[in-house]
Design a protein around this ligand. Sequence first.
Ligand code: NAD
Length: 258
Amino acid sequence: MLDSNRLEGKVALITGAGGAIGAATARLMAARGARIIGVDRDQSSLDALKDDLGDALLATVVADVTDEAAVRGYVEAAKAAAGRIDVFFNNAGIEGPAHPLPDFPLADFQRVIAVNVTGVFLGMKYVIPVMLAGGGGAIINTSSTAGLRGTGGLCAYIASKHAVIGLTRTAADEWAAHGIRVNCVNPGPIESRMMRSIEQGLQPGDNGAVHDAISAANPARRYGLPEEVATMVAFLASDDARYVHGAIHAVDGGRTAV
Ligand SMILES: NC(=O)c1ccc[n+]([C@@H]2O[C@H](COP(=O)([O-])OP(=O)(O)OC[C@H]3O[C@@H](n4cnc5c(N)ncnc54)[C@H](O)[C@@H]3O)[C@@H](O)[C@H]2O)c1
């Protein structure tokens, strides 16, 4: 009997837990019975999560996902708080600035790659052994429609989100036979701080023109909501997704269908 609603008894570790998509997913997973460990570099966003989740929030950890010692630290903290990790939503990410490629500062390029690629790599590097010890689990990496399509001005972000797909497929091949499912979620434009920043980057002083153009080009004629990404992530985390491995899951209003 399929029951995609239940995550009862599962321990879910979420990076970028204080952000729009991370927090919406933490709320949904908690409502479906999971206990949550939230990781973010920003303490105040984790404090807000505490108000939302109450006892379902087992622990919060302030950590920079690009720092190997800090990643080891958040995984140790999760083990200490819960003894296991069943679900890992490897989701922290930054957008970086928008510039034509020849003008893109190297430092900005390297920072986006550090957070969005190295951070995702390090998270899996330290979580997989803990999942193995617990008999398996589900990892969901956050890529983007930016992992499937190009957008002028966003070379670092686009390259980083393509790389997340490569990491997902590699890890799925390595660990599927050991009971660890690895998938990625590819949100399209979501109503969020990040999209406001990207809109401003693409057209400084923008007063909604980029938002309108992106919406008009989308088959659904609108942006998505963080909660609409969360439902996909919660499904991928659940046992109902037991044969879903190494796949790309667009939640994009049809953006990549056309
Ligand atoms: N918002 C969108 O439209 C959209 C679309 C596609 C993909 N995504 C991806 O979804 C994920 C979440 O995005 P969001 O919209 O919730 O953005 P957000 O900025 O609201 O949340 C990202 C969170 O990650 C945290 N973070 C950033 N760098 C970090 C670091 N080095 N270490 C630890 N935490 C760090 C931030 O503090 C923030 O709380 C990102 O990977 C993003 O690239 C977002």
